[in-house]
Design a binder for this molecule. Structure first.
Ligand code: SF4
Length: 387
């Protein structure tokens, strides 16, 4: 199996590889194979965090990673909510974009030293039938680019051209008017039937192509099909938990607040803040819970890194800032902080107090505490900017 398919399971070749594998997704589900657990994690992280990357990649081999994809699609279909399909496809695409950019930016030395198979921009363009529609701008000395056969890139790292020309048809097909003014054709340079875009915008177009590919055919009928009822029965527990995560989302919208008073946070969040400030490394889930809670209060990345006392230049600081930006971009409503039930499930509900018995969501705890406290000064207005 091409190891690339473990990272990009939506590639056509990956579908073929699954067909050729000696075991069907239905059989894996029946025996509760590791790929089922990875598939559940895949969907769960998509719904909660907008990423499908495994929390611990070393836990899974390439085959499990690949086979988890068709099982994840079955799970998403069984959730039977359009929001699940949308979030899942968006998360697969966002993760793919990160991987593309990483792969495109990798130099030959990196490939030699890690031995890792990486996708080139040419591989990805070919995959989406865009080879003839995209050409790098000739901006190198003497007009050369890294060109075909080289590792031209559209991602960070600056190894590839800074701009590309994309055929108007594919551009209009993939770009979304909601992405902002810069994406309107009138605001682009257009020549000879092509649109000039910066490299990171080409990445955005490829992300859209992945999202469309992933969403294609979802949801599909599982129950009532041959063997479908047995599959649905075996996945019932996982599906019900995943539905619960979506319910967390619905529960949050009406409770958005914009006053920050750390002393009034619920016990779980106070604990997580204390652990983060003490340089303890938090699990992925704990960090997401905490950051999404803080973003729901209207905190920006500077507020969050100050409150958590993390150095923005450190690895943890950069990761937290990226998380804040991502969550803030989604207006805090697409990936809300988890409910108490979810927190309990992950073991991050710590020292619940009396108020906890009256609420079902950490944000409810906080808004109630804020209301009862009356006139509260926002932590961000304090002169020192600290707790
Ligand atoms: S019950 Fe809810 S708010 Fe209270 S500590 Fe547990 S997760 Fe936090």
């Amino acid at each position: 199996m091409d190891p690339l398919y473990a990272r990009y399971p939506f590639f056509e070749g990956a579908r073929e590889a699954v067909r050729e594998a000696d075991i069907s997704p239905a059989a894996l589900i029946a025996e509760d194979a590791p790929a089922v657990e990875r598939a559940t994690e895949r969907v769960e992280r998509a719904l909660m965090e907008g990423s499908v990357a495994p929390e611990d990649p070393s836990r899974w081999d390439d085959r499990e990673k690949l086979l988890s994809y068709p099982i994840a699609r079955i799970l998403v279909s069984l959730i039977e909510t359009p929001a699940a399909v949308e979030k899942y496809a968006t998360a697969e695409a966002a993760t793919a974009r990160e991987r593309f950019e990483d792969d495109f930016a990798a130099g030959d030395d990196d490939i030699r030293s890690t031995g890792r198979r990486r996708a080139s921009l040419e591989d990805v363009l070919r995959e989406f039938d865009l080879s003839d529609a995209v050409r790098p701008e000739r901006d190198g000395p003497g007009g050369e680019t890294t060109g075909r056969g080289g590792r031209s890139g559209s991602g960070r790292g600056g190894r590839g051209p800074t701009h590309y020309w994309v055929g108007i048809g594919p551009y209009l097909d993939l770009a979304d008017a909601d992405w902002g003014e810069r994406w309107r054709l009138v605001n682009r340079e257009v020549a000879d039937g092509a649109v000039r875009i910066p490299a990171d915008h080409l990445s955005r177009l490829l992300e859209a192509a992945v999202e469309r590919r992933v969403a294609e055919g979802l949801p599909f009928e599982v129950r009532g099909t041959d063997g479908g009822d047995a599959i649905a029965g075996a996945l019932e527990g996982a599906v019900s938990e995943l539905r619960g995560l979506l319910d967390d989302h619905d529960a949050v919208d009406s409770r958005r607040v914009d006053t920050v008073a750390p002393a009034l946070f619920p016990p779980c969040m106070r604990t997580l803040v204390r652990r983060a400030r003490g340089d303890e490394s938090l699990s992925d889930h704990a960090e997401f819970s905490l950051v999404s809670f803080l973003v729901a209060l209207g905190m920006d990345r500077g507020d969050v890194t100050t409150l958590l006392d993390v150095d923005a230049q450190s690895e943890a600081g950069a990761r937290i800032e990226t998380r804040v930006e991502y969550l803030a971009e989604s207006d805090g409503t697409q990936y809300p902080p988890p409910s108490c039930a979810t927190m309990k499930g992950y073991g991050t509900c710590v020292d619940p107090d009396e108020r906890c018995e009256t609420i079902s969501h950490p944000l409810s705890y906080y808004t109630d505490a804020l209301r009862d406290a009356g006139d509260v000064r926002d932590w961000r207005e304090t002169a020192a900017g600290g707790e």
